[in-house]
Ligand binder design. Structure first.
Ligand code: EPZ
Length: 432
């Protein structure tokens, strides 16, 4: 297919039309964390009391999770960034296949569903573009807590044998520090009889946020945020009113928007320790960062090439690999970017090349030769963070770009064109 034909295809899809080259100024506001809010919503299954979550980002994924929980009988009310959930009259323990299939975080509901109902049937979330994304660790953890778990026609069927229908505390050593597995096990163990110890646990801020919510609901948890989490099971949990942490990945994406357009910008709210590895790399490549009580002011200097390897938290986050690559495509010198978390998270390279980036990929390592200018083009965001990378590249490319793949983008970035427009970016959403 010719480039023109490809271009016309992209332009026919809903896209952001972006005029590159604008300097930005002002402050970019960060919404609540998608990868926390989604899991916190599933924790509503653990209690018959009402649960209120604040600072919930208005994203399509939140809508998806609302549908899934409602299908189980949970009453969900959304008003702006407040979500009220009440699971006092559950009607089932099997969310519909078509709803779960597109939303990985919904699989994590299997933990609280099992703990609350004594059984659960949840479709396998399946893989996606960035990798196979197995749920072996989630299943191993539930089995260690005493559940019987089988895979039947793409459905994970879990149940608790015995009359009491209650999970039992256990020692669990994860083969890999899976975020979702840690969260699934944490929610299941919160209501188990006895003590559970999760070793090699994920340390991401979203895991800590979930633990803090569960503690506010009456759970007895220590060590969250570190590699070993101890949970003393309790008989029941109560409702509470809880504020979701700011989205560190959106914050990082906005800091990169400042860096790639060589603009001084403030990004807030940000919890700096949630982004330590990213802030270090921004400094290493030539940005000055002023951290204040609530946010970060970034002043880019001359951007130089650096090396990045993605790792579990507190290492460099895989979710900012693609957005950071967009910046380094415009740096002076060479960068080597290695993706260690997912087996297939380099789809954005081909799209950046369409804009003139000079990148060579060898399995999961990209060698990026910075170029003096990217040129606007019709490009496609192949997954959530790749689409963010394309928006960043388009902000600095000469001429117009059309960034399609908005169904991905809208899953993780609320009102991105309004937010970027407010600081001077020239972009408009076109839905042909
Ligand atoms: C969470 O996914 C995030 N999603 C992802 O963000 C993020 O990239 C990921 O954590 C890593 O930080 C949500 O929280 C909803 P994992 P999760 O289980 O929990 C392997 C975004 O862009 N693995 O920690 O699914 C797996 O294959 C999304 O916002 C196993 O090998 O991630 C992957 O390579 C993308 N066996 C790695 O671990 C298992 O049993 C990380 O997976 C489980 C995972």
């Amino acid at each position: 297919m010719t480039v023109a034909a490809l271009a016309s295809q992209d332009i026919l899809k809903p896209h952001l039309e972006i005029d590159g080259g604008e300097k930005l100024s002002g402050e970019l506001r960060v919404s609540g964390a998608k990868n926390s809010a989604l899991v916190l919503m599933t924790a509503s299954l653990l209690t018959e009391d009402p649960l209120t979550l604040r600072n919930v980002p208005p994203l399509t994924d939140i809508g998806g999770m609302t549908e899934i929980l409602s299908s189980l009988g949970v009453k969900v009310q959304r008003s702006g960034e407040v979500v009220r959930l009440h699971a006092d009259q559950m009607t089932g323990a099997e969310p519909p296949y078509e709803l779960v299939n597109g939303l990985r975080a919904s699989f994590f509901a299997i933990g609280p569903l099992l703990a609350r109902m004594g059984h659960a049937r949840v479709p396998l979330p399946g893989g996606c573009r960035i990798g196979a994304r197995p749920v072996v660790e989630h299943i191993r953890g539930l089995k260690a807590l005493g559940a019987v778990v089988n895979v039947e026609h793409g459905i994970i069927a879990a149940s608790i044998p015995g009359r009491e229908q209650r999970l039992k505390g256990a020692e669990i050593v994860l083969d890999c520090p899976s975020v979702g597995a840690t969260e699934t096990i944490l929610m299941a163990a919160a209501l188990a009889r006895g003590t559970s110890v999760i070793s090699n646990a994920a340390q991401e801020p979203e895991v800590q946020d979930l633990a803090n919510l569960l503690i506010a609901m009456g759970a007895n948890i220590s060590g969250a945020g570190g590699p070993t989490i101890t949970v003393e099971g309790v008989d029941q949990l109560k409702g509470c009113d809880y504020m979701v942490i700011p989205d560190r990945i959106e914050a990082g994406t906005f800091l990169l928007a400042a860096a790639i357009t060589r603009s001084k910008l403030r990004v807030a709210p940000v919890i700096p320790e949630h982004l330590s590895a990213v802030l270090q790399k921004l400094r290493d490549c030539g940005c000055k960062l002023d951290i204040d009580q609530e946010g970060i002011t970034i002043t880019p200097g001359e951007i130089r090439g650096i090396d990045i390897t993605t790792q579990p938290f507190p290492g460099f986050p895989t979710d900012l690999q693609a957005p950071f690559m967009a910046l380094l495509a415009t740096a002076q010198g060479t960068s080597v970017i290695t993706e260690k978390i997912y087996e297939n998270r380099m789809q954005h390279v081909a799209e950046l090349q369409r804009m003139g980036a000079s990148i060579r990929v060898q399995s999961n390592t990209a060698v990026v030769e910075g170029v003096s200018a990217l040129s606007g083009a019709p490009v496609n965001g192949t997954d959530l963070r790749a689409s963010a990378a394309m928006v960043l590249a388009a902000l600095v490319a000469t001429g117009k770009s059309q960034v399609s793949g908005l169904d991905h983008l809208d899953r993780g970035y609320a009102d991105i064109e309004a937010k970027l427009g407010r600081v001077g970016a020239k972009l408009i959403r076109r839905t042909p």
